[in-house]
Design a protein. Structure first.
Length: 199
């Protein structure tokens, strides 16, 4: 009955004095509630440590929300185009860079982000240059091999032509020697013709 009477009949009854708790309320007690105000004013028994923690938490939350704000995409390519458009940059580099840095930061653009983007671009360019140089080296080796092969083929062609010419000359000479004489070109038989028309 004691548990069910807390919301009703116990309302009008006062709690027993300290040191003499009622038997039915021996397992029931009110725990202290600590209230923390984010405006810096402690309530309900808040301590200075709790107030400092709440203030630090609020500041961290504000800083985090500020960092999470969307920033415009501005990389090294944009910075290069900007530098190209400015006249006489080399005349006073420090002043120009200071003005650009202040302007970019006012637009929520971090210069550190641009520097990181520039570092990534540098690495990419270095890798591409290295790959192209390696390709050129491979091409040069291949060209040297091809040139050597061409020289060998040309020497072989020259020797083949020379041998072919000699063989053709020998073939012509052999045919000329083995060919029978043409009709009407026979030489007369030498001797005297005797009586009766016989030699």
């Amino acid at each position: 009955m004691g548990i069910f009477d807390r919301g009703g009949s116990k309302k009008g009854n006062e709690k027993p004095g300290a040191g003499a708790p009622a038997a039915e309320d021996s397992d029931y007690y009110d725990s202290p509630v600590e209230q923390v105000s984010l405006d810096g004013a402690p309530k309900g028994g808040g301590t200075a440590t709790t107030q400092a923690k709440a203030s630090a938490t609020a500041k961290a939350s504000a800083a985090s929300s500020h960092d999470d704000e969307p920033r415009p995409h501005y990389g090294i390519e944009n910075a290069i185009q900007l530098m190209r458009s400015l006249p006489n940059v080399d005349a006073n580099v420090e002043l120009v860079v200071a003005v650009i840095k202040g302007t970019l930061e006012s637009l929520k653009v971090k210069v550190s982000d641009i520097i990181e983007d520039a570092s990534r671009k540098q690495k990419d360019l270095e890798n591409r240059v290295m790959n192209l140089k390696q390709q050129i080296s491979d091409f040069e080796k291949e060209i040297s091999t091809r040139k050597s092969e061409i020289e060998k083929l040309e020497a072989d062609h020259h020797e083949t032509t020379s041998v072919k010419g000699r063989l053709e000359l020998a073939e012509k000479h052999q045919k000329a020697t083995a060919a029978p004489p043409a009709p009407g070109t026979q030489k007369p038989v030498s001797g005297t013709i005797g009586a009766g028309g016989k030699a």
